[in-house]
Design a protein around this ligand. Structure first.
Ligand SMILES: [Zn+2]
Length: 418
């Protein structure tokens, strides 16, 4: 058995920071079997010394696009222009399997470097590319839920498919990867705007035929997009997914910046979670996320990086931007404490993805963890050493931390990075 020694911070309950200052976490076969003050955990175990920094649960990214690593940084455009000019041309390149394999390696490495241990990943429109993503995530050891992205209108011709082909290719990928080690399948229409009702129905058929599969897509991101969907379907954006039966407790919709109260009620009723992607929302000018309204309606919310509209893989940055956004909403905003931000980046994400045994570092959970240890003399290092306490240290980590401060990452007790 191994005992990890360090300062452990986690949030098994929303809004409450749990702290072990000179703590120990004992891990056997990837599971946490004991935790407490290090002095009380002495024994014959191997000790891994993680002092000098913070040990947090591995981050959970609930919305991130595999084919968009190289599209990061396309600033200065609203959603539909950004898709046309930055994201979709890059997504077309993944028709080339060698290119897709290279991007898959860059993508999975980007997640791991940022301390992300679990992710709901928007795949590619090309089945071999999605297979390449699963292969790489499986090799590295991350928990990835992903699937073939499908569309049958309005996108470049190379990205379109048919409902029957989408069903066939999705089923084959799910058979190959769903429930295999840490991988799971997610039925993934790009968004209603690019899908006919026949395509959304075929997604519902696939979802019903793969036991435990997830559903993910986009909703209510940008007013022009919302208006276009309303024109095509005639109802609310949420209804375009709800009517075919795509919404449930294993469904995650990204953005939802512009929901109606009725839509929030439907999401709450179905138990569907929302992936809040704050840097993306800011970069594309999509708007400020109405977190308070989601919470009041009882809708589950977690964080997503939304790379490549989002500006990087780090959920520390997303947490900080979530905080900024709520501050900018003034009286309509939800003030977020450092503990709230950690919860959104870890336990709330695990809950949204139905991962009941990760997201915090409790006895009985799997050891998915990230060790933040800034390099000596960096500004984060300086301010952490003068922090007033654990909550202050956590605030400083969100304010200043990033992938360069991630010294090591574990999934199931396996060291996947560092
Ligand atoms: Zn997205």
């Amino acid at each position: 058995m191994t005992v990890y020694r360090g300062t452990f911070l986690d949030t098994p309950a929303a809004g409450e920071l749990r702290v072990e200052l000179d703590g120990g976490v004992r891990v056997r076969d990837g599971a946490i079997v004991a935790r407490g003050p290090f002095a009380e955990l002495s024994g014959d175990d191997d000790v891994v010394d993680l002092r000098g920094g913070l040990v947090l649960p591995g981050f959970v990214d609930t919305h991130v696009h595999f084919p968009q690593v190289r599209a990061i940084g396309g600033l200065g455009m609203p959603l539909l222009d950004w898709l046309e000019r930055c994201a979709l041309p890059e997504e077309c390149r993944l028709a080339d399997l060698d290119y897709a394999r290279t991007v898959a390696a860059e993508f999975v490495d980007g997640l791991a470097r940022a301390g992300t241990t679990s992710a709901l990943v928007f795949g590619s429109h090309f089945a071999p590319a999605v297979d390449a993503l699963f292969t790489e995530a499986d090799r590295v050891g991350l928990r990835v839920t992903s699937g073939l992205v499908v569309s049958d209108r309005l996108l470049p011709e190379a990205l379109l498919t048919t409902p029957s082909r989408a069903l066939e290719e999705g089923r084959a990928l799910a058979e190959r990867w769903h429930g295999v080690r840490r991988s799971r399948y997610a039925v993934t229409p790009r968004f209603s705007l690019s899908c006919t009702t026949e395509m959304l129905d075929s997604c519902a058929d696939l979802l019903a035929s793969v036991d435990g599969a997830f559903f993910t897509s986009h909703v209510n991101e940008n007013p022009a997009e919302v208006a276009a969907v309303a024109e095509l379907f005639g109802g609310s954006y949420v209804d375009t997914y709800d009517k075919p039966g795509l919404l449930g407790t294993r469904s995650v919709l990204a953005h939802d910046v512009h929901p109606t109260d009725g839509e929030l009620d439907v999401l709450a009723l179905r138990g569907t979670a929302v992936a809040h992607c704050p840097t993306s929302n800011a970069a594309l000018g999509s708007g400020l996320f109405p977190l308070r309204r989601h919470r009041a309606a009882g809708v589950r919310v977690a964080l997503g990086s939304d790379v490549g509209a989002g500006t990087g893989f780090s959920l520390l940055k997303e947490g900080l931007q979530a905080h900024f956004g709520q501050q900018l909403l003034g009286a309509e905003g939800e003030p977020l404490t450092p503990a709230d931000l950690l919860h959104l980046a870890t336990a709330a994400g695990a809950d949204a993805l139905g991962l009941s045994d990760v997201g915090h570092l409790s006895v009985g959970t799997r050891f998915d963890a990230v060790w933040l240890r800034p390099s000596a003399g960096s500004t984060l290092d300086v301010v952490l050493r003068s922090a007033a306490g654990p909550e202050d240290a956590l605030a400083k980590a969100f304010a200043l931390g990033g992938p360069a401060d991630v010294a090591a990452v574990w999934v199931d007790g396996d060291r996947v990075r560092g």
